[in-house]
Design a protein around this ligand. Structure first.
Ligand code: ATP
Ligand code: SF4
Ligand code: MG
Length: 358
């Protein structure tokens, strides 16, 4: 049995349903992600990377079924949480048996949201109540069973102070007595990390948690997230469009393009030996500190809208390898619905590249 904390298998999401789950106005729903699969293991920092519009957030939101209702629906696949749990586990964090999040009732799902799988979003200000102090908001977390009911509020506050110190706050009481607007974006995001970790979740989903912050604060926030998650053994699904962040913080990475995973593997493997031309393009586009505008590289074109997804490889119209290939290979790229899976140990990509160009 897999010991993955989360096992996403063949998940496809489509938009365009009515409240009865039927296609809205009789129109064909628009499928935006296609058979997305990946596993995340305990304590792992797993990154999902890709350009804007490739389906990262839709994938992340499908895990806790936070997709817009009734328009969006998971039309295929399973999302197994706690795949490795056994009934003999004694630790309370392991007490839940394996369950398919796609099939849970909303009531059951409510017990998973926040306490077993927590989220950190792009805009910390939107995750916090602007008229309530940080202290009250952090204490609120314990109302949902994060810590034994018998703990006194003094004990809880000490626990929060300790976590705030771990998150880099030298004066936790100043933070606790502040309102959100009195803290900077980086401070707020660190408060959100503390808030997400207080219930000791098994998994944190962090969707572009540092995009709204400047670069130096980004590094500080991500370092705090990584260090705190490592200390508590919490796995992290980090959504980002930044390959630089992936290389610095993640253990494994899945690269997403036009609603599909196109490559996955350990970060060092993917960065040193990218197999898919899209990954190669993303890596080439990482600016170096000495680059000037003339040397910046970009992938020509942009991610297609789901209604314009190509019949064959969805990257074909931007792929320089395809453009350089013989007519026969180009024909394969343009007409084969899913390019073949090329595997090298625990690293794989969906592309004809290896078979035709190696
Ligand atoms: N509420 C919605 N209704 C219809 N289509 C949607 C909706 N939300 C997302 N989509 C479509 O789903 C696709 C994937 O969007 P998603 O938000 O997952 O991209 P992303 O990879 O997270 O991009 P970004 O990096 O900009 O956040 C896009 O084509 C988008 O237009
Ligand atoms: S399958 Fe063909 S078009 Fe697609 S990425 Fe590989 S070489 Fe390029
Ligand atoms: Mg997004």
């Amino acid at each position: 049995m897999s010991n993955a904390v989360l096992s996403v298998k063949d998940v496809s999401v489509a938009f365009g349903f009515d409240k009865n789950g039927n296609p809205r106005d009789g129109k064909q729903p628009l499928q935006v992600t296609d058979r997305v699969s990946f596993d995340i293991f305990p304590g792992e920092f797993f990154a999902l990377v890709g350009e804007s519009g490739c389906g990262k957030s839709v994938t992340a939101m499908s895990i806790l079924r936070l997709l817009p209702w009734p328009s969006a629906k998971i039309v295929n696949g399973s999302i197994l949480f706690n795949a490795g749990a056994s009934c003999d586990d004694v630790d309370s964090r392991d007490s839940r048996e394996a369950c398919d999040l796609v099939k849970l009732s909303l009531n059951e799902l409510q017990n998973v949201r926040g306490s077993e799988i927590a989220c950190i979003f792009q805009e910390p200000m939107q995750a916090l109540n602007p008229v309530v102090t940080i202290k009250k908001q952090l204490l609120e977390v314990f109302k949902f069973g994060a810590v034994s009911n018998s703990a006194s509020s003094a004990d809880l506050l000490n626990l929060i102070r300790e976590q705030l110190r771990l998150a880099g706050f030298t004066d936790p009481d100043r933070v606790l007595n502040s309102y959100p607007h009195e803290l900077s974006g980086g401070m707020l995001q660190r408060v959100c990390i503390v808030m997400a970790l207080l219930p000791k979740p098994k998994l944190i989903i962090a969707d572009e948690p540092t995009t709204a912050l400047d670069v130096t604060v980004q590094a500080q926030v991500l370092a705090v997230l990584k260090e705190m998650a490592e200390k508590t053994g919490t796995a992290v699904l980090l959504i980002t469009h930044n390959m630089g962040i992936v290389s610095q913080y993640a253990h494994r990475v899945a690269v997403m393009y036009a609603g599909r995973i196109v490559e996955e593997g350990p970060v060092r493997e993917v960065i040193n030996h990218p197999m898919h031309p899209y990954t190669q393009g993303l890596l080439a586009a990482i600016p170096e500190s000495h680059s000037d505008l003339r040397t910046l590289v970009s992938i020509p074109g942009s991610v297609p809208h789901p209604k314009d997804f190509a019949k064959g490889c969805r990257f074909a119209d931007r792929c320089c390898k395809c453009a350089q290939a013989s007519a026969g290979v180009r024909e394969k790229c343009l007409s084969t619905e899913l390019p073949p899976k090329m595997v090298e140990a625990n690293h794989f990509a969906y592309c004809f590249l290896q078979s035709f160009f190696a």
